[in-house]
Ligand binder design. Structure first.
Ligand SMILES: Nc1nc2c(c(=O)[nH]1)N[C@H]1C(S)=C(S)[C@@H](COP(=O)(O)OP(=O)(O)OC[C@H]3O[C@@H](n4cnc5c(=O)[nH]c(N)nc54)[C@H](O)[C@@H]3O)O[C@H]1N2
Ligand SMILES: Nc1nc2c(c(=O)[nH]1)N[C@H]1C(S)=C(S)[C@@H](COP(=O)(O)OP(=O)(O)OC[C@H]3O[C@@H](n4cnc5c(=O)[nH]c(N)nc54)[C@H](O)[C@@H]3O)O[C@H]1N2
Ligand code: SF4
Ligand SMILES: [Mo]
Length: 695
């Protein structure tokens, strides 16, 4: 063995690809990391962000010890303390809070830093402890929820088709999805389809990396997708390409939905979506003749006031053409539901003594500044960086600065959010703890074996919560389950997807394909809706206060012509190629490659508003402002401006795109509206002069 071993693991990040990786360990040190070569989806490659993950684990600025704040909130001055002191203080504060206001005054604010079932989001890490304490429930609204809710009205589930089936598609619509940046392993599948003659169309207001590589790019107005979909279906029906037999046997409400489709002539859809009528007719005809057609839609498109409705309408499209029954046809948003692990066993919601309120992740400012009965007195942030990532940055800052708020942040690095903590706790990184992962863009499950000892005094999330439970003298045995116990409780499930997967088999190989056949068609036996069919008309939606018929709900700010006069740009802040949300926002090499924060505007807009390439500009609205360098390029359509998420506010002017984003809900699920955001852009003077007083 000569001291060298290869340890199987998983990329923990919030990315659909959920890569399987291997860590080479020599004499107790991780010396190499690579994508697992024989994993059918990872295929031996990670990505530009994660290739140097091991370096990131050894970064100079890594948090290694518990810290107590010594300066003002936000100032960033801390002193090292022992774990015992940290846990004693946290236990006392939480106990006092519970005595005064009850458990609901505690807000466990968990983010997407790791998706692991033990250490992260998928297993709602910490859930058992919060249930015992009766803490407020944290509602994960930040990423994909509006779309999940919209799809569920149509399909009865949000779980879509197997991405690997796209290899069999004849037409692929990448609808508000940029896989070359956000989940690049799908591109290999797309290329396989293309080599068999498939045509790839990107539908995105921005000519993304993926759009630039596609066969065709259609650039609709932000938030107009459902109108576009209805226009395309109008053409499909005009061409006589609806699958009447499928409609009769597998759907409900076609007559009502058809009526709506017939109201969306290509001309009307073209006006709503701001694209040429010919493009709609041409793509409609292509859909009419391309069996099967697959739609890959990811999260970007549902960050608008009508985002849930958009997904609800898009899922209807393969219902009209009958593609839901063909391998390579249908829609993929998430594969979350394929893994039938026993999530309930991890959550242990039975430990909750009485129902508790929910607080929405994307309404942190409201939660901290306006909520009483009881007020939020203790905020435990883990795997999240809300000061950078959540809407209405300025008010979040105000909330975090509250002197009477007790804040604990568990993280790897001293983020903007951590600067507001009373206590900072150092967390382990992926090669240092045990975890189990699935993926939301494939149908595999992965085992992450600890490869090396944690540096300094870093502790895993599970161990931190076990020690906190002990410090609080809690007696519930479920709070002390070991990581191995948790993993086996998760995998101990009757669900057929896990029929031949055990802890031992998974641990030995590192990954397994869930037990679905190769050409699996998810809705071959019907849909899990109340009617058992695809629902163009949904009584459930109607009962929830939505139109019974799936349709078009415009964006709020993006489609507001009145507002557009003062705030001419719709700001879309997309995924950066080099960061994963705010993870890696402090990694020097990736920061260098990403460059400084930019805002991209169309040449026509640039000349209208006096913006020159390289100008320092102020991007603002009534909610707030941030500074960036202007880039003038026709990758955006006129009226749209693009920036990226991921830059750390403290590296720039203490602000980012979310200073301008409203703390407002999308139509469904309480989702965020990051892209339904109007701003103005004002030059601050040339890049060289650096004159902030100019205008
Ligand atoms: N490199 C990298 N990869 C990531 C991430 C990252 O930060 N960096 N983030 C991860 C996470 S958390 C997620 S949720 C996924 C997101 O994955 P994606 O959804 O693929 O990424 P986004 O960039 O958020 O949005 C995709 C596209 O949606 C477009 N879009 C915005 N509004 C509209 C609209 O109204 N209509 C249409 N048709 N398109 C619209 C944007 O212009 C953008 O190009 O990616 C994951 N992968
Ligand atoms: N303007 C704009 N804002 C957006 C978006 C957008 O498109 N535009 N996208 C939104 C989306 S899709 C998402 S998902 C959210 C993400 O928002 P958040 O969930 O807040 O994610 P991050 O900002 O990446 O912060 C994750 C933090 O977790 C830490 N971390 C990672 N692993 C661990 C671990 O094992 N233990 C602990 N304790 N900490 C860990 C990381 O160091 C990092 O500081 O951002 C949203 N914000
Ligand atoms: S970020 Fe995505 S593509 Fe990159 S290694 Fe992780 S799972 Fe794979
Ligand atoms: Mo996300």
């Amino acid at each position: 063995m000569s001291g060298t071993r290869v340890v199987p693991g998983a990329c923990p990040l919030d990315c659909p690809d959920g890569c399987s990786w291997q860590v080479t360990v020599q004499d107790g040190e991780a010396v190499a990391l690579r994508g697992t070569p024989d994993h059918p989806y990872t295929r031996g490659t990670l990505c530009v962000k994660v290739n140097q993950f091991l370096e990131h684990t050894r970064a100079e600025d890594r948090l290694l010890y518990p810290l107590r704040r010594t300066g003002r909130k936000g100032e960033g001055r801390f002193e090292r303390i022992t774990w015992d002191d940290a846990l004693t203080e946290i236990a006392q504060r939480l106990t006092k809070t519970i005595e005064r206001h009850g458990g609901e005054a505690i807000w466990p604010y968990q983010g997407t830093g790791t998706l692991g079932f033990l250490q992260g989001l998928q297993g709602r890490a910490g859930s058992r402890l919060w249930n015992v304490l009766g803490a407020s429930r944290h509602d994960m609204t930040i990423c994909s929820i509006a779309g999940l809710a919209g799809l569920t009205y149509t399909l009865g589930t949000s779980t879509g088709i197997d991405p690997e089936s796209l290899a069999q598609s004849r037409l692929i619509l990448l609808w508000g999805s940029n896989p070359l940046t956000t989940h690049h392993h799908l591109w290999k599948v797309i290329q396989r389809a293309r080599s068999d003659g498939a045509h790839v169309v990107v539908i995105d207001p921005i000519r993304s990396r993926s759009a630039a590589q596609a066969d065709e790019h259609i650039a609709p107005l932000p938030g107009s997708d459902a109108a576009l979909a209805l226009g395309l279906l109008h053409v499909v029906v005009q061409e006589g390409a609806e699958d009447q037999e499928y409609l009769d046997t597998h759907t409900v409400g076609w007559p009502e939905f058809r009526k709506l489709v017939m109201e969306f002539s290509p001309g009307r859809a073209a006006r709503e979506a701001g694209v040429p009528e010919e493009e709609i007719v041409r793509l409609g005809q292509r859909i009419a003749t391309s069996r099967p057609t697959a739609i890959r839609v990811s999260q970007g498109i549902q960050r608008h006031a009508g985002g849930g409705s958009a997904l609800r309408a898009l899922a209807c499209l393969p219902g009209v053409t009958g593609d839901w029954r063909r391998p390579g046809g249908g829609l993929l948003y998430s594969t979350d539901g394929y893994f039938g692990g026993n999530r309930e066993a991890l959550y242990r919601d039975d430990l909750l003594k009485r129902p508790v309120r929910s607080l929405s992740m994307t309404r942190l400012a409201e939660g901290l500044l306006e909520t009483d009965d009881p007020p939020v007195e203790a905020l435990i942030v883990y795997g999240a960086n809300p000061l950078a990532s959540s809407p209405d940055q300025n008010r979040i800052r105000q909330g975090l600065a509250r002197e009477d708020l007790f804040t604990v942040v568990m993280d790897h690095f001293q983020t903007d959010t951590a600067d507001y903590a009373d206590i900072v706790l150092p967390a382990t990184m992926q090669p240092e703890h045990l975890d189990v992962h699935d993926g939301y863009g494939h149908v595999y499950v992965t085992w992450n074996e600890p490869a090396v000892a944690p540096p300094g005094e870093c502790l895993s999330t599970t161990e931190t919560f076990r020690r906190l439970a002990r410090a609080m003298r809690l007696t519930e045995p479920a709070l002390y389950a070991s990581d191995e116990q948790l993993a086996s409780e998760l995998l101990d499930s009757e669900h057929p997807s896990l029929s031949d997967i055990t802890v031992d088999s998974l641990r030995a190989k590192g990954w397994a394909r869930l037990a679905y056949p190769e050409d699996h068609v998810p809705f071959a036996d019907g849909f899990p809706t109340p009617s058992g069919k695809l629902e163009f008309v949904s009584e459930t939606a109607e009962a929830d206060g939505f139109d019974a018929v799936a349709g078009y709900v415009p964006a709020l700010e993006a489609q507001d012509a009145e507002l557009a006069r003062q705030l001419p740009f719709v700001l879309i802040s997309v995924a950066s190629h080099f960061f994963l949300n705010t993870v890696f926002g402090n990694k020097p090499e990736l920061r260098r490659r990403a460059g400084p924060p930019q805002v991209v505007v169309h040449p026509q807009d640039a000349s209208m508003y006096g913006i020159t390439d390289g100008d320092r500009v102020r991007v603002s609205n009534a909610r707030g402002a941030f500074e960036a360098l202007a880039k003038v390029a026709d990758v955006v359509r006129p009226g749209v401006a693009m920036s990226t998420k991921g830059h750390w506010p403290k590296h720039t002017d203490d602000a980012g795109p979310n200073a301008t984003v409203a703390e407002r809900d999308a139509d469904m699920g309480g989702g965020a509206v990051f892209h339904d955001n109007r701003v103005q852009i004002t030059p601050l003077g040339g890049a060289d002069t650096d004159n902030e007083d100019a205008q």
